[in-house]
Ligand binder design. Structure first.
Ligand SMILES: [Zn+2]
Length: 317
C-alpha cells in the first residue's frame, strides 16, 4: 500500500502545517476510536511533580505506554514483526498529513497532548545525521506551541528500522520553563540538571543550528566504541525566530531498575520526553517507587558520564 490512501492532506507550505494538524486531530478523534480513548485517558492520568533547584520533573503513570516502554528493539525482534510505521500495516482508520518526505500521524498512546509520530515515507533505518536540517524545518513548521523530538535507535525509538521523529505540545515540559526561552540569545552551553547532562544550542540561522548538532554527533561518535550512531535524544523548538535544540548524550537506554524482578522494578524506558522532564511509568503499581532520589539516580545512570561530557563540552561549546 502506498501513502496516498493514508493522507488526509499534504502541506504545500510550512505555514499551513499547524492548521492541517488541527484538522487531522479533529478528523481522527471523530473516526478513530483508539485515538479518542488515548487522548481521553490523558485527563485521568495520575501524576506528581518532583522539584529541586530550578528543575521540575513530572512523573506520570501511563499504562497506555506499556507497549512502547517494553518494546523489544533488538535486531531479531524488529526483523520478525511487521513495521507499524509502514502504511500497509497501519490501522484502517489512521490518517496523516504529508510534509516534505514525512507523514505526520496522531499517536494513539500519547504522553502529552497532540502527540504525533512522524515517519519518513520510506522504510529506512533510524539515523539522524542526514536529517538534521529536516528536523529543524519541521520544528519551525509545526509552530511554537509544539516541540519536535528524536530518539536514537538505541535510545528509546520503538521502530529503529523505520526513520521517525515525534512531536507534541510543549507547555507541560519543565525543562523549557527552566531554560527561560525569552532570555536566550545566539549561544551554546552545557547544562547539568537533576542528574541529566545536556548541551543547548540556540541559533537564528538554520545552517548554524544544523552544524552545531552535526559537530556534536561527530564528537560523540569519535569516542564511541562502534560506528553506529551515538546514543542520543534531541529536542528542537522554533522560538523567538530562533532554533532551540537540546542534545542529550546518553550512556545507556534502560536503567537497571527496568530489568529488576523484585519490588525495586520500575517500568521506565527513558527517551527524549523523559530526559526533558516527563518520566513515564508504564505500570501504575510502580508509581510510588519513583521518588526524587530514585528519579535522579535513574537520570545519572542513563546520562553520559562526567568525563565524556567535559570532553564533548570542550569540543562543541
Ligand atoms: Zn516501515
Amino acid at each position: 500500500m502506498s501513502w496516498d490512501k493514508k493522507l488526509l492532506a499534504t502541506a504545500q507550505t510550512a505555514a499551513e502545517l499547524p492548521g492541517l494538524i488541527d484538522r487531522l486531530f479533529e478528523q481522527q478523534l471523530r473516526n478513530w476510536q483508539t485515538l479518542a480513548e488515548g487522548e481521553a485517558s490523558l485527563a485521568g492520568i495520575k501524576s506528581k511533580t518532583l522539584s529541586t533547584d530550578n528543575a521540575r520533573i513530572v512523573v506520570q503513570a501511563n499504562p497506555g505506554r506499556r507497549k512502547s516502554t517494553h518494546a523489544k528493539v533488538d535486531r531479531l525482534s524488529v526483523a520478525k514483526r511487521p513495521c507499524f510505521l509502514c502504511p500497509a500495516n497501519m490501522p484502517a482508520e489512521e490518517r496523516g498529513i504529508g510534509f516534505e518526505e514525512f507523514v505526520i500521524l496522531p499517536n494513539p498512546y500519547p504522553v502529552l497532548k497532540r502527540h504525533c509520530t512522524i515517519p519518513a515515507r520510506q522504510h529506512s533505518p533510524q539515523r539522524l545525521d542526514n536529517r538534521i536540517a529536516a528536523m529543524l524545518r519541521l520544528a519551525r513548521a509545526v509552530g511554537h506551541e509544539m516541540l519536535v523530538f528524536y530518539n536514537g535507535p538505541r535510545c528509546g525509538a520503538s521502530a529503529p528500522d523505520h526513520f521517525h521523529f515525534q512531536a507534541c505540545r510543549r507547555d507541560a515540559i519543565g525543562l523549557l520553563e527552566q531554560l527561560d526561552l525569552d532570555a536566550l540569545q545566539d549561544q551554546k552551553f552545557p547544562l547539568t540538571s537533576f542528574g541529566r547532562r545536556m548541551i543547548i544550542f540556540n541559533n537564528r540561522e538554520i545552517k548554524k543550528a544544523q552544524d552545531n548538532i552535526a559537530d556534536a554527533l561527530a564528537a560523540l561518535a569519535s569516542t564511541g566504541a562502534d560506528d553506529l550512531e551515538p546514543l542520543i535524544n534531541v529536542l528542537a523548538l522554533f522560538w523567538n525566530e530562533r532554533y532551540l535544540t537540546v542534545l542529550f548524550p546518553r550512556a545507556k537506554h534502560r536503567p537497571k531498575c527496568f530489568f529488576a524482578e523484585d519490588d525495586s522494578q520500575i517500568a521506565i524506558s527513558p527517551a527524549a520526553l523523559e530526559m526533558a522532564g516527563i518520566l513515564v511509568v508504564a505500570e501504575p503499581d510502580h508509581f510510588d517507587r519513583l521518588d526524587q532520589a530514585t528519579a535522579r539516580s535513574i537520570y545519572e545512570e542513563v546520562t553520559i558520564d562526567r568525563d565524556r561530557f567535559s570532553k564533548l563540552t570542550e569540543v562543541v561549546t
